[in-house]
Design a protein around this ligand. Structure first.
Ligand SMILES: *Cc1c(COP(=O)(O)O)cnc(C)c1O
Length: 429
């Protein structure tokens, strides 16, 4: 595989962009090698600047759930771009978007659009603090809620990839208001709550964790959080930036049958445009300005191009929920194929999967939280990643990321992926 143009571009990028990338995980640091520069993508395939093609399991980290350059979205963007790309004044489109989301997802009485998942999560905890008058939040080790100060404590994703512990630039004052527990450890949550009676505003959680590989909530974990929040007057925030509109129309709330108080969205909601949103039950969301006095704003929030892109994609998912059944089937098919190949290989592995989220850990114990994800043989993952890339399969460049399937993937693509895994494993001892 020739990647000379990518290599040249990466060298050039590092002259003017920190580390050559605008988001750390893209740099391939944890797997080594040179990141690929992409020229274009269509359906399930990425095409790099050297003319190589790859089956894509990142889907822009989630948004491209129906494949890249999905035609209705492209057409809608083209049409709306001619009307102007931003007004700084309301449009009917924003109402349609809010109404559509309310009709798809549970517990959304009011919803505010923002421009990223980070913004959505940082705003949601502000709402929880404003509503409860309390300061502290609980988050889980290995869960990523964006790069706002309060969340950079034991965060997964890039923070885990780069093994960053204390985060320079975040004050101790902010960090001490963030309490952490291991994912799936409800007893730890009870203990922390008991030790901080009347101090906790919110518990924020990825209902299915996707930033330490894919990790499923064990039976009773989310139910337990719901109960604790009800008993202690704590706001339960589901960070559905990954799972929203991906696991089902109504995201993890619907798929797992658990109600959150506030819900954050990103990724799929914008169809690849910079969009996020936070919403929830009326009594909480009523504190948001200008209705209430918890301030939150954005010059480009509800941007018309971003709205029409997201609205078009969500409408398609809403009108044809068979997409979810198809994605489930495809992912299960991939899981079955990978399991067979990995068993033949004979070394320990764990595959976690729910809906169209899946990940492979080279581990001999169940991967159920950040410490078990970290103990997996991530050196093996690194070799697996490169062996797959060489065979035209683009996996997330870190063992701490979930893979995302898109519905443009064909059975042939999945078979190729399984075969590539069979061959790749031969190179890994
Ligand atoms: C990606 C992600 C975020 C951050 O979203 P950005 O749009 O990158 O700011 C927050 N929470 C979760 C669960 C995510 O996966």
């Amino acid at each position: 595989m020739n990647t000379t143009t990518s290599q040249t571009l990466f060298a050039r990028a590092q002259e003017s962009i920190p580390g050559g990338v605008n988001s750390p995980v893209r740099a391939f640091k944890s797997v080594g090698g040179t990141p690929l520069f992409i020229n274009h993508a269509k359906g399930a395939y990425l095409h790099d600047v050297d003319g190589n093609s790859y089956i894509d399991y990142i889907a822009s980290w989630g948004p491209m759930i129906l494949g890249h350059a999905y035609e209705p979205v492209v057409k809608a963007i083209q049409e709306y771009a001619t009307y102007s790309t931003s007004y700084g004044a309301p449009t009917e489109l924003e109402i349609r978007m809010a109404e559509l989301i309310r009709s798809m997802a549970p517990n959304i009485d009011l919803i505010r659009m923002v421009s990223s998942g980070t913004e959505a999560c940082m705003s949601a905890i502000r709402v929880a603090r404003g509503y409860t008058g309390k300061n502290k939040i609980i988050k889980f080790e290995g869960c990523y809620h964006g790069h706002a100060d309060a969340f950079l404590v034991k965060a997964g994703s890039g923070v885990a990839t780069f093994n960053i512990q204390a985060v320079p630039g975040v004050t101790a004052g902010v960090s001490t208001d963030t309490l952490t527990c291991a994912y799936n450890d409800i007893e730890a949550v009870k203990k922390i709550c008991a030790g901080h009676m009347g101090e906790i505003a919110a518990i924020i959680v990825e209902p299915v964790a996707g930033n330490m590989g894919c990790i499923l909530p064990e039976k009773g974990f989310l139910e337990g959080l719901r109960n604790i929040c009800d008993e202690e007057g704590i706001v339960l925030i589901f960070d559905e930036v990954m799972t929203g509109f991906r696991l089902s129309k109504g995201g993890a709330q619907e798929k797992l049958g658990i109600d959150a108080d506030l819900i954050t969205y990103g990724k799929v909601i914008g169809a690849g445009m910079p969009v996020g949103a936070f919403g929830g039950k009326r009594k909480f969301m009523e504190v948001v300005a200008p209705l209430g006095n918890v301030y939150q704003a954005g010059t480009l929030s509800g941007n018309p191009i971003a709205m029409i892109a997201g609205y078009t994609l969500l409408s398609e998912l809403n009108n044809n929920p068979s997409h979810y059944a198809e994605l489930d089937q495809k992912t299960t098919y991939l899981k079955t194929g990978l399991t067979e190949v990995l068993q033949d290989w004979g070394q320990p592995f764990v595959i976690n999967q729910l809906g169209s989220m899946i990940s492979v850990h080279f581990s001999d114990v169940p991967v159920r939280d950040f410490s078990t994800a970290s103990e997996a043989n991530n050196d093996r993952f690194k070799k697996y990643f490169h062996a797959m890339l060489n065979r035209g399969v683009y996996l997330p460049p870190s063992a701490f990321e979930s893979w995302f399937l898109n519905n443009a993937l064909t059975k042939e693509d999945l078979d190729k992926t399984i075969q590539a895994t069979r061959e790749s494993l031969q190179e890994i001892i």
